[in-house]
Design a protein. Structure first.
Length: 261
């Protein structure tokens, strides 16, 4: 299957290098209850999880503000990767292009959500090594023209997280992928100012040029709360601990990529 214009390899770099400072939410509007069908059903609770980031109960201070930047990053990665559920969403602009994403994660191996670049939108779900893609007409046309549109319109393409043609897009199904790229984008991170993100006290970590910021909770678990860098560029990490159930799409709507080998 040919490569397509909407590729996560390039977009990941955009999300990392273009995120700029700011604390106002700039991602897609918050939705509660059952999400849109995004390759699978992701059911979420509308009640905040007590004692987690964004929850109603005040969690105890975790002391990360007393640590060095490298140790804060290590603890933030570990906490975020270990959360039983969370949501990652946001929007980044790069020149004339706008990139938006909204994903929910259940445990370490299940996730569902969507990614959009311009008029191309694709819903992506991962369950273990299986990945299901459901693109809009613009997405499928970019892959293989009318032929791809006829084959996959309204369908879910079943592939894997290591398939060469879609490996770049699969990166969004890993909860700490963007954070890991952000950390690697600068040789040196340093502690910045204290702030509040979604009602949770936090500490910002900045690059030497203060172009990019990572916001880490200073109460409760030291979760990543945001990758930030300007009023129009922000990726938020929310809904820690809220139940999420990721399910496979209906069998009759799936087209298996292996059938084209």
């Amino acid at each position: 299957m040919p490569h397509h214009r909407l590729r996560a390899g390039r977009v990941t770099a955009v999300l990392v290098l273009a995120v700029a400072s700011g604390t106002a939410a700039c991602g897609p509007a918050e939705k509660t209850g059952t999400t849109e069908k995004a390759g699978a059903t992701a059911k979420t609770s509308t009640t905040p999880a007590t004692g987690t980031a964004g929850g109603p109960a005040a969690a105890p201070a975790n002391g990360v503000e007393k640590l060095g930047a490298d140790e804060i990053l290590r603890r933030a990665r570990k906490a975020t990767d270990g959360a039983r559920s969370l949501r990652v969403r946001g929007q980044v602009q790069d020149g004339g292009d706008t990139y938006t994403l909204d994903f929910r994660y259940e445990g370490a191996t299940k996730s569902t959500g969507w990614f959009q670049q311009g008029n191309q939108r694709v819903e992506i779900t991962r369950i273990g090594k299986e990945v299901y893609l459901k693109g809009n007409d613009a997405f499928w046309k970019s892959i293989g023209g009318k032929g791809a549109l006829q084959l996959f319109s309204g369908k879910y393409l079943k592939t894997s997280n290591t398939a060469a043609d879609f490996k770049d897009l699969s990166i969004f199904t890993y909860r700490t992928a963007l954070f890991n790229e952000a950390v690697k984008s600068a040789d040196t991170w340093r502690k910045g100012k204290t702030l509040t993100v979604g009602g949770t006290p936090a500490l910002s970590l900045t690059t030497a040029g203060a172009a990019d910021e990572i916001h880490v909770a200073t109460q409760g678990e030291p979760y990543v709360l945001a990758l930030a860098g300007g009023p129009e560029n922000r990726i938020e990490y929310t809904d820690y601990g809220k139940p999420v159930t990721v399910q496979r799409p209906p069998a009759g709507s799936i087209v298996d990529e292996s059938a084209f080998d």
